[in-house]
Design a protein around this ligand. Structure first.
Ligand SMILES: Nc1ncnc2c1ncn2[C@@H]1O[C@H](COP(=O)(O)OP(=O)(O)OP(=O)(O)O)[C@@H](O)[C@H]1O
Ligand SMILES: [Mg+2]
Ligand SMILES: [Zn+2]
Length: 451
């Protein structure tokens, strides 16, 4: 029998009869991998379906398992729905196994039966981590195995309430001949675990490795199959980690949780704003506190700017860390045009302290304030904070959730907020905490107040 092979894009899953440097359907380079073409046998494990009148459908009662790491429950929309399938993606070494082993520990401690399957580490390696995390002899089963069929057989026998598979790329189905981690294997694994989760009402977790570019290699194509997609992010040189919701069939998608990685595992950061501001210089030019929204929560962050005369005349540097590069360039252009500064001879570096990423327009005014503060070598008073989107005409536009931002600033001891004039009129006097609110209509006016 002749084995037919096809080339499958590992980014988007599209097929091609011959190799190409660039995937014609998603445009990624070097993503085509030769895989054996095979028919995946379809299994009918669901009961036969029948159309039902809408009015006769009973309201499904969503039972949720509560997580004892308090901060995680909102991420899952109020606990983990029974029988749901969750995909947790993150870069190598970010702490995915740690998080799930910690969650497994808590579930086991509260009486749930848990099966944690690792296709990447030996039981001994997991035990070293487990001892560090304070695992007790709860109702937690560990299995080191890479064969999908064997894993599912064990899972069906144990019938756990919580099932964890670490990772989707390490496990393979013997029904397919392509190697582990290829898109067909990854899909088959997810498919099989999905059916297991639904049939056994086991809340299941898949760990997926993501590539540097930020897409779940292969797992990107799983996002539509699973109920919840979470991303675990952080900077290698910083201890904090952010768990972000990308998709949730049972809850909101704007939630996130912040953790700090330590020797005893991940610990929720109780006051994230204080955490990100704690090393802020108080009397230095080029630094400003901004009120941003991360997920659905307000978060104070520090924007720093450094302006220094360039050695590359005609082509000065523009660097941003934790902010959108193009947006920052646009803001600089607006300031040049509307306020009359010239940055032609200056290298400009803009950084969000603590390795935080703040990608919302409400931080525009903060970027401008930090740059001008450094340019003029004049410090912004430490008890002043700013927020506001800046438009191309230099106007300051209203942003979402002004009250949440103002309240957060007030609770951290800030005394003055410089913000969009349009937002000020939205705030009801009675709700607003004791803090001075100064509205600005354009950047010229705002800079006049700030500096
Ligand atoms: N003794 C320790 N003290 C503090 N932090 C530790 C310790 N040991 C490991 N870590 C942290 O745990 C991280 C690795 O966590 P973990 O193995 O859960 O990550 P992962 O995302 O599962 O990685 P992988 O891609 O290898 O599967 C390390 O990068 C390190 O930051
Ligand atoms: Mg791991
Ligand atoms: Zn593609």
């Amino acid at each position: 029998m002749k084995i037919r092979t096809v080339f499958v894009c590992q980014n988007c899953g599209s097929h091609s009869p011959k190799w190409m440097g660039r995937c014609p359907s998603c445009g990624e380079w070097n993503t085509l991998v030769e895989e054996v073409e095979e028919e995946v046998p379809v299994e009918f494990s669901f009961p036969p379906s029948d159309p039902i009148l809408y009015k006769d459908i009973k309201e499904a009662k969503r039972e949720r398992i509560k997580i004892s790491i308090e901060e995680l429950n909102p991420v899952f929309g109020g606990g983990i729905v029974l029988g749901s399938l969750v995909l947790i993606g993150g870069e190598p070494g970010i702490g995915k196994s740690t998080l799930l082993l910690q969650m497994s520990r808590d579930f086991a401690d509260s009486g749930e039966k848990v099966l944690y399957v690792s296709g990447e580490e030996s039981l001994e390696q997991i035990k070293i981590r487990g001892d560090r995390l304070g695992l007790r002899n709860g109702n937690l089963y560990l299995l080191a195995e890479t064969n999908l069929e064997r894993i599912i057989a064990h899972a069906e026998k144990i019938n756990p309430q919580v099932f964890v598979l670490d990772s989707v790329q390490a496990v393979f189905s013997s029904k397919l001949s392509s190697s582990p981690g290829t898109i067909s294997q990854v899909r088959e694994v997810a498919n099989r675990v999905f059916r297991f989760a639904k049939n056994n009402q086991s809340s299941s977790f898949l760990i997926g490795h993501i590539t540097k570019e930020g897409s779940l290699a292969g797992p990107k194509s799983l996002e539509h199959m699973v109920d919840v997609v979470l991303y675990f992010e952080g900077e290698r040189d910083h201890s904090h980690r952010v768990l972000r919701v990308l998709k949730n069939r049972f809850g909101p998608v704007s939630e996130l949780a912040l953790f700090e990685m330590g020797s005893r595992g991940l610990q929720a950061i109780a006051n994230p704003s204080a955490f990100f501001l704690k090393e802020r210089p108080t009397d230095e030019a080029g630094s400003v506190a901004v009120c941003t929204i991360k997920g659905s929560r307000p978060l104070m962050a520090e924007i720093q700017a450094l302006v220094s005369s360039t050695l590359f005349s005609g082509n000065p540097r523009r660097m941003t860390i934790g902010l959108d590069h193009f947006r920052a360039a646009m803001l600089l252009a607006i300031v040049e045009k509307k306020v009359g500064f010239s940055f032609a001879g200056e290298d400009i570096y803009i950084n969000v302290a603590g390795g935080l990423n703040i990608d919302e327009p409400a931080s525009d005014l903060g970027v401008i304030a930090a740059v001008i503060s450094c340019m003029k070598n004049k410090a912004i008073p430490p008890e002043v904070t700013v927020f506001g989107e800046v438009g191309l005409s230099g106007e300051i536009r209203s942003v979402s959730q002004p009250l949440a931002r103002v309240k957060e600033a007030s609770s951290l001891g800030f005394r003055t907020v410089i913000m969009p004039q349009g937002n000020i009129s939205q705030l009801e006097k009675k709700d607003v905490p004791k803090i001075e609110l100064l509205g600005a209509k354009n950047i010229k006016q705002a800079l006049g107040i700030i500096l």
